[in-house]
Design a protein around this ligand. Structure first.
Ligand SMILES: Nc1nc2c(ncn2[C@@H]2O[C@H](COP(=O)(O)OP(=O)(O)OP(=O)(O)O)[C@@H](O)[C@H]2O)c(=O)[nH]1
Ligand SMILES: [Mg+2]
Length: 379
């Protein structure tokens, strides 16, 4: 199962209570206060991991709860801090914070509204620089509960961490409160509550070059010809059901990342075929490679295919067609392909087309060069 978006409920651990206790020893019957401090509640922390490629774990376990701190004990024994809960997510995960739910109106005290509001724990420190240029907001999301969400984090690098929930501080034990005036304090602090919030995690793959094309155009064949990724390849449409990322290793040891997504068909922006569910994975690509089947099989016209693809992308998100465009004329080994390519160039002017054959390893050096150049361009 491939999951690329999920809502999670985060409960950081509460701090442990401070203890009220007094020393009672054989020769010191009136020893002072000795209540220990409570331990800190666990944080909930997300950590980016390159070895993951989807959010299926969070789909099955959307409640992310860290343990509470241990209460303080007598004889000045402090409670232990709870372990943090570390949750691994794939690189490319965006973190959206949902607004806190409206507090339930209290039937009996409805009149005293504002003044009595409990303070909500808002002290999560967020330290992530968000490259939000290629990231829009969720104002038009089909799920209304997400439309107000605010982007708070972007997990791009392996090992990067993000504090989702902050554990409460432990309460101080009564030994901290002895003063000259009050030498037998009979109170201690309760632990502080951990934060509770809802987040929406959304994976948008981060590859430099994204492939777009009709089903069967040869996208997966190209991915496996250029990288070590081994997606399924077959002569029926919609062989690829989930995005696949591959890495091209160039001769000078530089790398370009590429992303193969399921085929796009007419009406994809309205959810035909596998629809737009996967288009989010090319939103962050610097350049898009349009893979066009030049064989013209099944009576299709390659230039119409190209126009239709652009149209689908435009209707889904008009920013996508402003990306740098690389047009790959695939299946040039087929009999009708040279003729079709000629016509394609007449129909679609002023664009560079790279002739190639993914299956027969033709033109791939040019493809790699073009990808490398496009990925190196800033913006
Ligand atoms: N003749 C020829 N056939 C190719 C070439 N590239 C791919 N094919 C064939 O085209 C068919 C589809 O290839 P895939 O790579 O699975 O196509 P895809 O674009 O990933 O298709 P979906 O995942 O369904 O969107 C397979 O039978 C491939 O063997 C090529 O350069 N020449
Ligand atoms: Mg495929």
């Amino acid at each position: 199962m491939f999951v690329d978006s999920v809502k999670v409920y985060v409960e950081a651990g509460n701090g442990g209570r401070g203890c009220v206790a007094f020393l009672r020893e054989a020769f010191r019957p009136k020893g002072g206060p000795c209540g220990g401090n409570g331990g800190k509640g666990g944080d909930v922390i997300l950590e980016a991991d390159v070895n993951l490629n989807n959010l299926v774990n969070q789909h099955y376990q959307p409640h992310l709860r860290a343990a509470g701190g241990i209460p303080g004990g007598g004889k000045s024994k402090d409670g232990k801090n709870a372990d943090d809960l570390i949750v691994k997510v794939p690189c490319g995960t965006l973190i959206w914070k949902l607004p806190a739910p409206e507090p339930e109106p209290d039937e009996f005290e409805a009149e005293e509204s504002d003044s009595d509001k409990k303070p909500t724990p808002q002290d999560i420190v967020l330290h992530t620089e968000i490259e939000s240029e290629s990231v829009d907001d969720l104002r038009h999301h089909e799920d209304p509960s997400l439309r107000e969400a605010i982007l708070v984090g972007d997990m791009t690098e392996h090992g990067q961490r993000f504090l989702l929930g902050k554990g409460g501080r432990g309460g101080l034990g009564n030994r901290n409160f002895a003063t000259a005036r009050n030498q037998i304090p009979r109170f201690a602090q309760p632990g502080e509550a951990g934060t509770q919030d809802q987040f929406y995690l959304e994976l948008r793959s981060i590859a430099e070059i994204g492939f777009v094309g009709y089903p069967n155009a040869g996208k997966s064949t190209l991915l496996s010809a250029l990288s070590r990724a081994r997606p399924k390849i077959a002569d029926y449409p919609f062989t690829t059901l989930t995005p696949h990322i591959g890495i091209i290793e160039h001769d000078d040891y530089t790398r370009t990342t590429i992303c193969d997504i399921p085929g796009i068909i007419e009406g994809a922006h309205e959810n035909a075929g596998l629809g737009y569910a996967f288009l989010r994975h090319i939103k962050r690509c610097k350049a898009l490679a349009y893979l066009i089947d030049m064989s013209g099989m099944e009576g299709r016209k390659p230039w119409d295919d190209y126009r239709q693809l652009r149209q689908e992308l435009k209707e889904y998100d008009s920013n996508l067609i402003k990306r740098k465009t690389i047009i790959l004329a695939n299946k040039m080994d087929e009999a009708d392909a040279p003729e079709n390519l000629k016509r394609f160039k007449e129909e679609i002017k002023r664009v560079r087309v790279i002739p190639m054959s993914a299956a027969f390893d033709q033109g791939l050096e040019d493809v790699k060069k073009a990808f490398k150049k496009a990925a190196a361009k800033v913006g």
